[in-house]
Write a protein of this length. Structure first.
Length: 142
């Protein structure tokens, strides 16, 4: 009986350790994406999205597919700078899916730059060793 309890404890601890490792790989992916947004690096941003990703930009129709997502960000990044993403909460759903809730700040570009802030929810899926965004929705606070 003691051996069974000890074995169950080991499995529980090992599975918790594996989940922590997966979250650390997610955080590395999220940090890479945040750095790409801050630099306005559309290629870096786009690489975070799955081939069949969907984004739900405010006031626009749903955009689906990595190439369509890239086309959106090419235009959108031109109009903003100093974008900072901050993760507020992460919740894992099984071993390969999670939901990220966060907030963002930035500035518009042009002759009269304005600051802006908003919030987002992003769904990530782990495919092999890579975390990829499958759904992404956001809106502005004002």
């Amino acid at each position: 009986m003691r051996s069974l309890l000890f074995a169950m404890l080991l499995v529980f601890v090992a599975s918790g350790f594996a989940a922590a490792q997966d979250l650390s790989s997610f955080h590395a992916s999220a940090e890479k994406l945040a750095a790409a947004f801050k630099k306005g690096d559309v290629e870096g941003i786009t690489q975070a999205y799955a081939d069949n990703a969907r984004i739900f930009p405010p006031g626009r129709e749903t955009i689906q597919g990595r190439e369509a997502v890239k086309a959106f960000w090419v235009e959108d990044v031109k109009g903003s700078s100093d974008l900072v993403l901050t993760i507020v909460d992460v919740k894992a759903f099984g071993d390969s899916d999670l939901r990220e809730v966060g907030k963002f700040t930035g500035k518009t570009t042009g002759n009269d730059p304005q600051t802006f802030a908003g919030k987002y929810i992003t769904i990530w899926h782990k495919s092999g060793d890579k975390w990829e965004i499958t759904e992404d929705i956001w809106n502005l606070d004002k």
